[in-house]
Design a protein around this ligand. Structure first.
Ligand code: AMP
Ligand code: MG
Length: 509
């Protein structure tokens, strides 16, 4: 799949005609089925593409008179800086999580040789054609062939060989009789059933042909792909390497997790949160902490990670210091470079943003606001898609999910709001009492297998935590998703349809 494409399924993106989602709704309360559907054309484009085309109604905050740009325009700016990292040949065992930049060609066919699919006896089918429990066929057992036996056995007419699963079929045999259909003899065997030729024989090359393309370019290497590549004899793979991202939290008030803050200090949660988010998303993260609110410190810390001789980073994410106040050192420092643009984005949370490149290698830098919720939302909406492009992956991999508002709530005018929401686990939404099992993991001790029940209607969601303030951790930790409330919507009623951007580890996984 090419970068910048999306796996968002079409049904979530169809017909955004701004018709009221609730039967009772007046049009101003209308929630489109997807905020990522283009209202100009009404087309069902993949989310990332639509995001780029979608325009909020207002692009200016009248009260402040400060230009504010739409989320989609800003995402466009961010993605414009993201290019797949140059391909590199890596040992196949180091390729986990990487995307193939070239087709991966296998050396061996799979299976590599004809072998037995059962523990039993290798025989000739025509010699046991009349075998039955009443009239067993008796054959001498002339060899034992365990898995791993590298000898090339030849079996003469009128003979049998005892054989184990995975062991090579001897020359002359054309079928396997499972041990359960014999007396299990070791010198002579009583065969109690007929067997058709080829039965329980795994034929060389039947799965994968020797020299075939086993994984096409664009494939992301996961555990299953590693198994195939390794089995087919591919020693290495040409991949887009995983982006290495420096996470730099800035702020005079910050102290490290595990220490007790003095009055006026706060524990740095953005660094561990974003390092974890980056790793969870399948990239490499390097924390850079202790950067104080001076432009000199910010520039020095940046230079250290961007111009490092050994293993320079591919991107930098900073948090804090990009608002309108004094001591906003990140903004002050990076404005001097002239390669980073600072912007107000029509969203909540996450309004102050900055993006650009730094250093000789033109390393992309994303400057996120310091409030923890703002930082996380900015990461999910802007940074993670850009990092995925750098890794050769699609911008948005998780499909947007439909949900039903469990209660009324308001949304600010002129901004796309990203509300933390929690799925109501007590119902699957269609009122039939069939709770989706398996979703709470093993801790639920639910004996039902997770594939038993299927959600037929979207689940209902409530706002997470006690409030939606961008400093509030409770709702952030509890949330399953970000409900994306379009710019034009200022109030949501119970029963309205919502579109949610799933959060990693939440209900939608
Ligand atoms: P700023 O964006 O620097 O104006 O910070 C906005 C708010 O986020 C302030 O209350 C900061 O104390 C808080 N904040 C900034 N950075 C972090 C961080 N790394 N961890 C937790 N809170 C932070
Ligand atoms: Mg600050």
């Amino acid at each position: 799949m090419p970068p910048n494409s999306s796996t968002v399924p079409g049904e979530l993106l169809e017909s955004d005609d701004a018709t009221p989602a609730s039967a009772s709704g007046c049009p101003c309360r209308a929630l489109p089925r997807s905020p990522f559907t283009c209202p100009e054309s009404g087309s069902s484009l993949p989310a990332a593409i639509v995001l780029l085309r979608w325009r909020p109604v207002l692009c200016r905050t009248p009260a402040e008179g400060v230009p504010v740009i739409p989320v989609t325009d800003y995402l466009h700016q961010v993605l414009a800086l993201a290019r797949p990292l140059p391909p590199r040949l890596v040992p196949i065992t180091d390729a986990l999580g990487c995307v193939l930049a070239e087709d991966l060609v296998g050396t061996f066919g799979l299976p590599g040789f004809d072998n037995s699919a059962m523990d039993g006896y290798a025989v000739r089918a025509n010699e046991v054609a009349e075998a039955s429990p009443q009239m067993p066929v008796s054959l001498p057992v002339v060899a034992d062939i365990p898995a791993g036996d590298t000898r090339r056995h030849t079996m003469s007419v009128g003979q049998a060989m005892r054989i184990m699963t995975g062991a090579p079929i001897p020359q002359g045999a054309d079928t396997i009789v499972p041990v359960e259909l014999t007396d299990g003899g070791t010198t002579t065997v009583q065969i109690r059933a007929s067997a058709r030729p080829g039965q329980h024989v795994r034929t060389a090359g039947e799965d994968i042909a020797a020299g075939a393309v086993v994984l096409p370019a664009g494939t992301r290497i996961g555990p299953r792909q590693l198994a195939l590549a390794a089995s087919a004899g591919a020693g290495g793979a040409v991949v887009h390497p995983l982006p290495r991202v420096a996470v730099m939290s800035t702020g005079d008030e910050l102290v490290q997790a595990g220490t007790v803050p003095d009055f006026g200090q706060v524990i740095d949660s953005n660094a561990p949160m974003l390092v974890a988010a980056i790793r969870e998303a399948g990239f490499a993260a390097i924390p850079v902490t202790g950067v104080r609110d001076t432009p000199e410190q910010v520039l020095a810390a940046l230079r250290e990670v961007v111009d490092a001789d050994a293993e320079p980073v591919d991107a930098v994410v900073t948090t804090g210091g990009v608002s309108m106040g004094a001591y906003d050192a990140v903004k002050e420092a990076l404005l001097t470079l002239g390669t980073v643009t600072f912007t107000q984005v029509a969203m909540q949370p996450g309004k102050p943003q900055g993006v650009g490149v730094v250093g000789e290698r033109q390393v992309p830098v994303f400057t996120l606001p310091g409030n923890p919720v703002s930082a996380l939302v900015s990461f999910e909406v802007f940074v993670a898609p850009a990092l995925r492009v750098m890794a050769g992956r699609p911008t948005f991999e998780r499909p947007m999910q439909p949900a039903i508002a469990a209660h009324d709530f308001g949304s600010p005018p002129d901004k796309m709001q990203f509300n933390r929401v929690v799925v109501d686990r007590s119902s699957d939404g269609d009122g039939d009492g069939a709770i989706r099992s398996g979703v709470t993991g093993s801790a639920s001790h639910d004996p039902r297998p997770p594939w038993r029940d299927v959600i037929r209607r979207p689940p209902s969601v409530r706002l997470a935590g006690v409030g939606q303030g961008s400093h509030m951790f409770g709702g952030l930790a509890e949330a399953d998703a970000l409900a994306v409330i379009p710019v034009a919507v200022t109030s949501v009623a119970a029963g309205d349809a919502l579109t949610c951007l799933p959060l990693p580890g939440g209900w939608w996984g």
